[in-house]
Write a protein that binds this ligand. Structure first.
Ligand code: HEC
Ligand code: HEC
Ligand code: HEC
Length: 123
């Protein structure tokens, strides 16, 4: 009987932790798709690995200094990245990180992906 009760308590705890934890991290996502223009202009959608970058940079390095914190709200194009050194180009410039010349490294999505959190990824 005792172990059943412990089991129930543990189960409830996990359930609570799941919902509470889920809440706490909402607003911070895994992979994000940027596809306001890319596909219309003949390129595969961009997949931005949020967590991967988070390992190296605090949120405030990017938000709001480089990117507004809302999916699709940043008006990004390749001139701004390569020529003006804005957005991804703030780091992907051959100094902080690799140059933005290997297109497929960022344009790694598949046609039809929509701007926002990559479907199938946990929020
Ligand atoms: C290396 C830069 C970078 C870092 C570091 C970073 N983000 Fe982001 N974040 C982005 C980009 C790029 C987007 C997509 C913007 C777009 O779609 O225009 C984004 C989008 C978001 C969004 C919008 C999601 C939506 O669905 O509207 C939220 C919320 C967010 N980030 C939170 C965070 C938090 C919290 C952290 C730190 C734990 C963080 N970000 C760290 C670059 C970064
Ligand atoms: C604050 C600096 C910074 C910004 C802004 C930034 N990146 Fe990165 N990114 C990095 C660093 C550092 C790495 C790790 C690779 C390295 O060490 O050169 C990286 C790695 C990557 C990788 C490789 C991930 C892997 O699995 O190998 C991709 C893809 C990528 N970035 C895409 C983007 C895109 C798309 C944007 C703009 C939406 C962006 N990054 C903006 C710093 C940045
Ligand atoms: C560091 C990441 C990164 C690399 C590398 C990169 N791009 Fe992009 N590209 C982006 C982002 C982010 C956008 C904006 C996506 C959107 O919102 O549709 C974009 C948008 C575009 C667009 C549509 C906007 C415009 O400028 O007309 C084209 C076309 C494009 N890229 C072509 C390329 C080509 C060609 C290469 C290789 C020479 C390349 N990109 C390399 C991140 C990158």
């Amino acid at each position: 009987m005792k172990s059943v009760r412990i089991g129930i308590i543990l189960g409830l705890g996990l359930l609570l932790a799941y919902f509470w934890g889920g809440d706490k991290v909402s607003g911070y996502y895994g992979d994000m798709v940027l596809n306001s223009k890319a596909e219309k202009r003949g390129m595969p959608p961009v997949v931005f690995p949020h967590w991967y970058h988070r390992a190296e940079f605090k949120c405030k390095v990017c938000h709001p200094a480089i990117f507004e914190m809302r999916a699709g709200s940043n008006d990004i194009d390749m001139k701004k990245i390569i020529v003006d050194g804005q957005f991804c180009g703030k780091c992907h410039n051959g100094t902080i990180s690799w140059k933005p010349i290997e297109c497929a490294r960022c344009h790694s999505g598949t046609p039809g992906m929509t701007t926002g959190v990559l479907e199938g990824f946990p929020k």
